[in-house]
Ligand binder design. Sequence first.
Ligand code: FAD
Length: 481
Amino acid sequence: MPATVVWFRNDLRLGDHAALSHAAERGAVVPAFVWAPAEEGEWAPGGAHRWWLHESLGALDASLRKKGSRLVLRQGGSLDALKEICQVTGADRVVWQTRVAPHLRRRDEQVRAGLEEAGIEVRPFAGRILHDPARIQTGAGGPYKVYTPFWKKFQDQVDVGAPLGVPRLGETRAPETWPESRPLGALGLTPQAQDGVDWAGAMRDEWTPGEAGALDRLDTFLAESLVDYPEGRNVPAARDTSMLSPHLHWGEVSPRAVWDRVQAWVSNGATRADADTFLSEIAWREFSYHVLHHFPRTPTEPLKAKYTAMPWRSSPGDFEAWQRGQTGFPLVDAGMRQLWAIGWMHNRVRMVVASFLTKDLLIPWQDGARWFWDTLCGGDLANNTMGWQWAAGCGADAQPFFRIFNPVSQSRTHDPDGAYVRRWVPELAALPTKHLHAPWEAPADVLAEAGVTLGETYPAPIVDHADARARALDALKAVNA
Ligand code: FAD
């Protein structure tokens, strides 16, 4: 019976996994994961990623064991590890799901060449996204840089199809010899192993990494929030978004399975419009990957080249205040603290904190993107790059740089009763809602009664928004010169 190694990366699931299904149809299956952060260079998994990965690998191994299989863990160079696993098991083929990030495509090509040189066949399978970026083109034959026509073309051309089931594994699909596996704990992915501090407590409370947790999150969202999504997705306190981003990033659920389950709900309580609003966000994910595929330098360089002329500031103090949620702007601080605590932030607040960093503080978007990369459980090179370039005005279909969010009016509009700010900035919780969004404007007696002393219990604002706005617009002149 031929044996196939399935090289898992960020596709940590059994359902709708074309490479795994192919291997199981063919014969013996050897599921393998290689921890090789050096191969991912500057985009190696960040701190929150590593915590998630640890949990998700454990969940994948447990699911495989329930089916009579197991996950072989290795550490070091991917090529050497895969070759060795093939040698021990007699596998003559390695399969994987293709990735889109440019540095990982390059790495995969090198691994493929090395395996083929050793006489091992390689088969990559699609599945990370729903469209083939090379096949969706503008009328002129190029890549899309604007979302709406991309989404329209996507709807016209892409047949999403039904997801694959979980393949049969078990005794009949086991290799004759199981290769050795590193213990999961030895990979050093947990916070204690990384820096000796257990900072993941709130993340553990919030999330259940792994395929079962992903499907559970999806089903709960569809049952409880899909109908509220069109409105609720703009209310950070409402928890009306799916919170699927880390699960999708790690491939614990495929976008095709999400698509499929959403359709099922249209006949089960939700309207077509509710579903389409949600699916159009999944389509933003597709668009992000489309742009990353065609413009591989965008994780570090603006898509609109003229923005390299932006006279950014360097201010480690301001940057640190932003990272720690100590800017004195309650909505910004709430978002940054939510990010630090649970490795996720609501989309509306992401837009506000990103605008604040790049415009009010005039600090490069790349610095913000790297902080998100380190702190988001679902930091995703395509979506993160898209989000930051959108906010900084230099990307595909971006918000123009001159549109500068006012962090106070954003707070009043999207957190009208202050529930979100009170949850994440508890030192302001006793302020009346009227003064919660801009505490520096509150009368002294109101502050005193709420136990707030600006500059002591909560920071005074680190910039004056009107002055900061003027400074940003002035800086923009260098770009447009
Ligand atoms: P939902 O609203 O439930 O949407 C469902 C899914 O659609 C998301 O999980 C995501 O996969 C996709 N999606 C939704 N909005 C977007 C969007 N604007 N762009 C691309 N895909 C989208 N998303 C990431 O997955 N990883 C990131 O690292 C990331 N960084 C961002 C940085 C900035 C500055 C901004 C403004 C946005 C970023 N986003 C990122 C996009 C978006 O904020 C998140 O996908 C979303 O908030 C995740 O929450 P959710 O799963 O509840 O989303």
